[in-house]
Design a protein around this ligand. Sequence first.
Ligand code: PGA
Length: 252
Amino acid sequence: MAAKYTVIANWKMYLSSTEASKFFHANLEGVTRLAKGESKVVLCPSFVELAEITKLSQGICIGAQDCAEADNGAYTGQISAYSLSELGCKFCIVGHSERRAYNGETSEIVAQKALRALECNMSPIICVGEDFEAYKQGQTFEILKSQLKPIFELFELESPTFPIFFAYEPVWSIGTNEIAPNDYLDKVFEWLRSLLSSKLANHKINLVYGGSVNSKNIKNLIKISQIEGFLLGRASLDFPEFEKIVECCNNE
Ligand code: PGA
């Protein structure tokens, strides 16, 4: 049976390689326990830790934080979706707002990356979201539409393979402890569900929320009916906190 919730841990660049390995080993028992629960747990360490953590993954799914836009060739410093898939990754985050902001990734590039991930048998986790200015001005839907347009153009004719994850992450909620009210999130997720199911009708779509999720606000967020999972940053590296979040999803 498909997991009701998917909890994705984005470790970003918070830990060095040694620290990430220590963190993983220190929590191996807990990770094994989580792998047996009802929710699907996906750990996304940085590239250099992927090989080690995939080998020891104890049944937990592993994802990458990004992949190259091209499939292979003269792209110094980039990592292909193919290599990530070879390492055992089943998921790949693309278009995180930090990459859009600091690495100049356009929505066209993000769409290409998502396609590369799918072609290499990984589920892309496509991040979208508005900044605070747009939120205040009531422009959320416009922003989301423009971020999604290249995906629709590219994916419309693709035959379905792996589920496509969309992570709605208001940029102003990431790393801030600010969280949008439930009625607002409810509206956005209902809108996303209806848009995505009409534009990508033959694909399996999963909707997740990201931005300052913790063990307290998860109890509220989980009431939003269209949400099928969570993308966590900071809370994913506080293992007791992470466990509480996953448990809350398991018990829902
Ligand atoms: P945060 O990050 O949980 O630390 O707010 C979320 C994200 O970047 O996806």
